[in-house]
Design a protein. Structure first.
Length: 160
């Protein structure tokens, strides 16, 4: 049997030093049920002795406030706009896009971002960062090699 070690992806929701313990617990839960979903994780984490317990906010008022912020993020990211001047596809795009925070999180209308050279450059850099992250997440899938090559080409062109 192969021995595996685990780490946390950049920006992950758990401290890096807990990756191995958390991964092992998630696999244990999967083995018990034969599947694993968010409700299973929360149910197991309710036990104060479970290694997942400390990863959750158990104060209901604080948890509710955090949930509302997550819901607000979902709402901010849900509305799409069709840019009429885009004669190629007329595909809807997000109405608001996130910008690097100045004070907390910040969302800006996409047409403003696309019309301002500095904002557009940051937006493109963020898109390339996300594409590279996606590439890293799926690089073990050989069928996507052509997509990976395009991502690399564009990233190299933009970096140089």
């Amino acid at each position: 049997m192969n021995v595996r070690s685990y780490t946390v992806k950049p920006g992950g929701a758990i401290p890096k030093h807990q990756a191995q313990t958390v991964a092992e617990e998630l696999l244990r839960l999967y083995d018990v049920k034969g599947s694993l979903g968010p409700r299973d994780v929360v149910a197991a984490a309710m036990d104060e002795q479970n290694p997942l317990h400390g990863l959750f906010e158990w104060d209901d008022a604080k948890a509710a406030a955090a949930h509302r912020l997550d819901r607000a993020r979902q709402i901010l990211q849900s509305v799409e706009v069709v840019l009429e001047e885009d004669t190629r596809t007329h595909q809807p795009t997000r109405m608001l896009v996130s910008e690097p925070p100045r004070r907390g999180e910040s969302y800006v209308p996409v047409d403003l971002v696309l019309s301002d050279a500095d904002r557009r450059a940051r937006y493109v850099q963020q898109a390339l960062k996300e594409a590279m992250s996606w590439k890293k997440r799926y690089e073990h899938v050989a069928e996507l090699a052509d997509v990976f090559a395009v991502i690399e080409t564009v990233a190299t062109r933009k970096a140089g």
